[in-house]
Design a protein. Structure first.
Length: 231
């Protein structure tokens, strides 16, 4: 079994927004959008949880096109909101910094990776961790009882490759995907690597966006590789 280290993104409270950026489908065909929307009909996810899977799949289908369309939508809307804060220069997505430039470079290499499919059991795992972080005011991969991400997921999916991304402060699917891709302040780019992974066969995902007492929202995104998954 191969194991992917999990990472989390720690965001300050003023990174919050309940708004969803206005997205454009420019450059994407209806069929591509349909293919990416693998969670469209599942009843156990909210619309924004479904959107996390949708946008993640678009990234994996064509990283460069995603960067030039939806990611630019996010940057424009996010930077516009951040202008109200005195430390705007620190908060903004800077198109000249190393994280932005490395993301642009990395996404140019991404084309036709396998899609992620929603999984109800894995979503239950994600949901429970989100609720635990809310109840105990914590923000990390370890549960309040000391269990690790590996402990939580391997209870249901033993001896499988797995990974976990956590983000704090965002309620929308696009915002969560974009901020994890940017991975600002995370030197090893662990979130980005999990989203773009093509080595470990990750193909199912559980997603939960929950209220958080400190950061207003948390997003838990778990991934597992099921080699014999039939699509």
């Amino acid at each position: 079994m191969k194991f992917i280290p999990a990472f989390f993104l720690f965001l300050l409270p003023f990174y919050l927004s309940g708004q969803r950026p206005v997205s454009t489908s420019g450059g994407w065909s209806k069929e591509e959008l349909r293919q990416a929307n693998t969670a469209k009909d599942v009843p156990y996810l909210s619309e924004e949880e479904k959107n996390i899977i949708f946008y993640t799949n678009l990234v994996r289908m064509d990283g460069e096109r995603f960067f030039n369309t939806y990611f630019q939508d996010f940057v424009g809307e996010y930077n516009s909101r951040m202008q109200q804060y005195s430390n705007y220069e620190e908060l903004k997505v800077n198109t000249k910094d190393s994280y932005y430039k490395s993301l642009q470079k990395d996404l140019k290499k991404i084309k036709n990776l396998g899609l992620f499919y929603p999984d109800e059991t894995l979503t239950y795992v994600s949901l429970q961790h989100g609720k635990d972080m809310k109840q105990h005011r914590i923000s990390g991969h370890n549960s309040s009882d000391g269990r690790t991400m590996y402990d939580r997921i391997s209870k249901y999916y033993p001896k499988k490759a797995m990974a976990e991304n956590l983000a704090f402060g965002f309620s929308s699917g696009l915002e969560n995907v974009c901020i994890l891709l940017l991975d600002k302040g995370v030197p090893d780019l662990g979130h980005r690597k999990n989203i773009l992974n093509s080595t470990y066969g990750l193909n199912i995902t559980g997603v939960s966006i929950q209220p958080h007492p400190v950061y207003r929202y948390s997003a838990t995104i778990d991934f597992v590789a099921i080699p014999d998954l039939k699509i």
